[in-house]
Design a protein. Structure first.
Ligand code: NAP
Length: 308
């Protein structure tokens, strides 16, 4: 079968750290070009925009959009209107309605659209999901705390409207939770702390519940120094489970049962290949809906300005 000719759009941290190596190790995809306003990728023709890439570059079948969420919708629409298959970085857009519109457009165009949630591919997640199906959950605690200055240096878009602030990593925790919890979650309470000079929160506390009343307490913090924390702890009627390192390590009753190497992006590309072959749409908005509800219903607290 002929390779899928792919262009990367938005050459920033995630494109370089994860997409380029994942594509290089996947024989189905051939990275043929890149589009980004300023940065360039070695070894392929580069263009400032997707429009210029499609006009002047080599033919492409698919694009992976690694831009900040605020500009993704127009680029995705342009790609879908040109009947390209589209992979979206998380979060899939700046608004829910953008993503719904893209799903409908992709279906009309008979091309693949994949809203990726890379944390769902972490090594411990699938086993955690099946372990929980057979148990009655008592309570859930999520602590997602990282140092924004280390992980997001110079990323001004994260503090702008639509950039999500601490929910940029926090939505990864929600993507895992909405995959492993047997029943849907709703938001009950939220408190969002906004630096006085930013349009996105730097910390948040959420209380979610499932239909049986099981409580999920979430603490998100962007100012964690020292050890970083990406943990989900679940107590059940028959043992306890802990996912740590963003889902890469799974402990059951304190014993490590999975400690996986990082295959998140190779798995995303394997799935994208299947979606392209079948011209299917895979868009799950559950994590983004919970974030949107936190912005709609959360109490807002103003805190000290953020200075990088
Ligand atoms: P980043 O380092 O700021 O890179 C984003 C890149 O997008 C910039 O380098 C910029 O390119 C490009 N860009 C901006 N506007 C564009 C436009 N109109 N057309 C084409 N390219 C444009 O951000 P990032 O960390 O890679 O994050 C990007 C997305 O990936 C976010 O949604 C984020 O949540 C997600 N993500 C990030 C990580 C991570 O570890 N960083 C992990 C998983 C997912 P120029 O520099 O050329 O202007």
């Amino acid at each position: 079968m002929s390779p899928i000719r792919l262009a990367l759009v938005g050459i920033g941290k995630i494109a370089r750290d994860q997409h380029v190596p994942a594509i290089a190790h996947n024989r189905t995809f051939e990275l043929v070009s890149a589009a980004s306003p300023h940065h360039k990728l070695d070894g392929v023709p580069n263009f400032p925009t997707l429009e210029a890439l499609l006009r002047d570059g080599p033919r492409v079948d698919a694009v992976a959009l690694c831009t900040p969420p605020q500009v993704r919708y127009e680029i995705a629409r342009y790609a879908l209107n040109h009947r390209l298959h589209v992979m979206l970085e998380k979060p899939p857009g700046a608004t829910l309605n953008e993503v719904v519109a893209l799903s409908e457009l992709a279906a009309r165009q008979s091309v693949a659209l994949f809203a990726t949630w890379h944390s769902r591919e972490a090594a411990g997640v699938e086993t955690a999901r099946t372990w929980l199906i057979q148990r009655s959950i008592r309570n859930v605690r999520v602590a997602w705390k990282e140092d924004v200055r280390i992980w997001h240096p110079g990323q001004h878009w994260i503090w702008k409207p639509g950039g999500l602030g601490v929910f940029d990593p926090g939505i990864n925790a929600l993507s895992i939770l909405t995959k492993i919890m047997p029943e849907p979650l709703v938001l009950t309470e939220a408190e969002l702390s906004f630096p006085s000079n930013c349009d996105a929160p730097i910390a948040a506390n959420l209380l979610l519940k499932d239909p049986r009343g099981v409580e999920v307490h979430m603490e998100l913090d962007f100012l964690q120094t020292g050890p970083q924390t990406w943990d989900i702890d679940i107590a059940s009627n028959n043992g306890s489970l802990k996912l740590s390192n963003g889902g890469a390590v799974l402990r059951i009753d304190g014993d490590v049962v999975i400690e996986g190497t990082d295959h998140e992006y190779p798995r995303l590309y394997e799935r994208f290949e299947m979606l392209v072959r079948e011209r299917r749409v895979d868009v799950d908005l559950a994590p983004m809906r919970l974030v949107a509800d936190a912005f709609i219903c959360g109490r807002r607290v103003t805190v000290a300005p953020f200075v990088e």
